[in-house]
Every structure is written in C-alpha cells, then in structure tokens.
Design a protein around this ligand. Structure first.
Ligand SMILES: [Zn+2]
Ligand SMILES: [Zn+2]
Length: 358
C-alpha cells in the first residue's frame, strides 16, 4: 500500500451556494482504481452555474436534480498517480494523468453501443458523490474511468485545457465544417477559444468570432479568427449578413451560455445552415421555433462532452497545433476557492480560472 495521508483538504458542495473547505478521508484505490495527487483543476462554467444554483444541476420544476451532494466538485483536473489497484494496466506510480470527465457505466444501451458520453447513469466527476472531483488534494479514478497519459513537459496552464478543449473538439466536429463555410463562433471563453483553434485547423472560408469581451476577442484573433465582432458595440447580425451577401453564415456555434445568443444565431444563420448548441444555460431560452422548420430548415445539432477526443487533443496541445497561451488567466490556491469561483462566475478579465492544492 502506498504511503498516503489519512485526511485531506477538499472543497465540499452540499447545497447551492453552500460550499466549504473540509477535512475528508483521502480516497484509496480498490483493485481497479487509480488514486492521483491533484496538480490542478479548472473551474468550468458548469461548476460556477452549479455553485449559483442553476436548475440544471439542483433540480426544479422543469428537471430532476443532477447533483448528488455532498460532493467534491471539479472535473477538469490533471494529477500524478500515487496509488494503483492491482488490476490497473498501462499506468505506473508517478505518471501524469487526465481522465474523461464522465465515468461510463459500460452497461447501458449507450455505453454498449460506443456512445459512452451519453451513458444513461451519467456519472461525471464532481457532480455525484460516488465520483468526487478535483477541487481536493487527491482524487480517485474508479473502475470504468477513461484515463490518459499526459506528457510531463506540457506546462500546467496548457495541460489543464485538455478537458475543455476536448469538449470544444466534439462541438466543432458536430458542425462538419468544409473549406467554403462561413463559420460564426459565438462565445470565446475557454471552450470557445479551444473551438477557434480547432476550427482554424479546418481552414473554413471565414471564421467569425463574437464575444462581449474585448480581451477574449483579441485572443481569438491571435488563435486564428478572421473577423471579430463585439455585439455590445456593433450590430453583429447586420455585419454577418453584409459579409455573406445577405444570406447569413453557414454554421453558427453557440457557446456563450446566454439565451440572447440563440436568438442572435437564428437571425444570422442562412437557410439550410447548421446550428451547433454547446452551452449550459442558467435560464430557459425562448425563440420562435418556426425558424428551425418553416423558415430556414436548419440542422440543429447538440454537443455534449468529448467522446474519443482526449487522445488527439493531448497530442495537439503537446505539439502546439492547438494554441493555449493566455487562456488560463488566474491560478488560485484551494483555500482561496471562493475568490476563484467569484471571478470565474463574473468572467471579468478572466478566461480559465484554475485551482491548485494549497
Ligand atoms: Zn468542463
Ligand atoms: Zn452507461
């Protein structure tokens, strides 16, 4: 048995807005588990929305609760192996590891047909207490988890983007970009910036990026956007229509999390266009659904998680094909989690906020 401490510090979520640092037991490896010492864990928009009580996570009139508290949040983590179950293959003590955010059950209809990211049970690190997450000193990667080697020479600020960039890759894959497409990427937080880098690899006809924050637009331009528009300063719909002889963009990828960006996309996408929805919203979205059918006959494509995306994304982050510089804007110690969550929630001057153990 490895020589691990008995107790560790962890952020524990019990109710919306009720998160605290607590002393909890260090998880130990069963025969099929890996225990990692956390190196860092990013704060996802979903983590911030869960903290603020979004119905999507805690339940409400429209949907059942998804969170199973008390739980240690955080699904965007990397760490080093400190204990291995006897059945675990392909990893050694000291390896640097990232793990797909979902721990598939491998037993439901979706898992059995290769669609593991839609697993019916749907255990995601940091939302259910049988799969505690990375805002802690140690974390257990249980049986069935999808774990990947992370080269040790990738700086933390880049390696921590493996999970969000993998989700970004999947969303862009859904759009089926061709070299003649005018693509509008709405929202360039961390995920959206990952999308810009991956969209650039497809060399679309034009890559247009929308965001309300100029610092993000600047980074998007560095990452390969052809045109950037701040809809709080310019008429984005008019600009995109002007750019496309009045037809509208071929593809619109919604990654802002704001209901208004859905309406904006419906207004600027061309007939027969492809609309990709990626966001987790804090509130319901209302549009005239006849646009989807009667007016434009759109392909409406959802995107969730990052199936089969970790291996290529790790490679592309390592070799620099996917730009990462400047995406992580802040790193906080675990004790300062509240400041970190507030900053991640407000988004003011922040792109990805990361927490490291004390
Ligand atoms: Zn995430
Ligand atoms: Zn399953």
């Amino acid at each position: 048995m490895a020589d691990l401490p008995k107790k560790m510090k962890a952020l524990v979520a019990t109710k919306p807005g009720d998160y605290k640092i607590m002393e909890v037991d260090v998880p130990r490896a069963g025969d099929d588990d890996i225990i990692i010492k956390i190196e860092a864990c990013g704060i996802c928009a979903g983590d911030a929305k869960a903290y603020h009580g979004a119905e999507r996570f805690w339940g409400g009139p429209n949907q059942p609760a998804y969170m199973k508290p008390p739980v240690i949040p955080g699904h965007e983590f990397i760490g080093h192996v400190v204990e291995l179950g006897k059945n675990v293959k392909g990893f050694a003590i000291g390896d640097r590891v990232a793990s797909d955010q979902i721990v598939p059950c491998w037993d439901c209809r979706f898992c059995k047909t290769g669609h593991y990211w839609m697993c019916q049970k749907h255990d995601i690190y940091g939302f259910q207490n049988n799969v505690n997450g990375g805002f802690a000193e140690y974390c257990r990667l249980p049986k069935g988890s999808l774990n990947w080697q992370v080269p040790k020479d990738i700086p933390m600020e880049s390696a921590i983007l493996i999970e969000p960039y993998s989700c970004a890759k999947h969303a862009v894959d859904r759009a089926q970009v061709t070299p003649t497409d005018v693509v509008v990427q709405a929202g360039v937080g961390c995920l959206g910036l990952g999308m810009v880098g991956y969209l650039r690899m497809h060399n679309p006809g034009k890559l247009v990026v929308l965001d309300m924050k100029d610092d993000r637009l600047e980074l998007a331009r560095e990452f390969g956007a052809d045109i950037v528009i701040n809809p709080s300063k310019e008429d984005a719909v008019k600009k995109v229509l002007d750019l496309t002889d009045g037809y509208g963009c071929d593809i619109y990828i919604e990654a802002t999390g704001h209901p208004a960006a859905v309406k904006q996309g419906m207004d600027m996408i061309r007939k027969l266009g492809r609309f990709v929805e990626f966001s987790v919203f804090g509130a319901e979205t209302t549009i005239d659904w006849s646009i989807i059918g009667d007016v434009k006959e759109l392909d409406l494509l959802g995107a969730h998680l990052s199936p089969y995306c970790f291996p290529p994304v790790i490679e592309w982050i390592a070799d620099g094909k996917l730009p990462t510089k400047g995406v992580v804007s802040h790193v906080f110690k675990l004790d300062d989690w509240e400041k970190a969550f507030d900053l991640a929630s407000s988004g003011e001057g922040a792109r990805r906020v990361v927490i490291v153990p004390n």
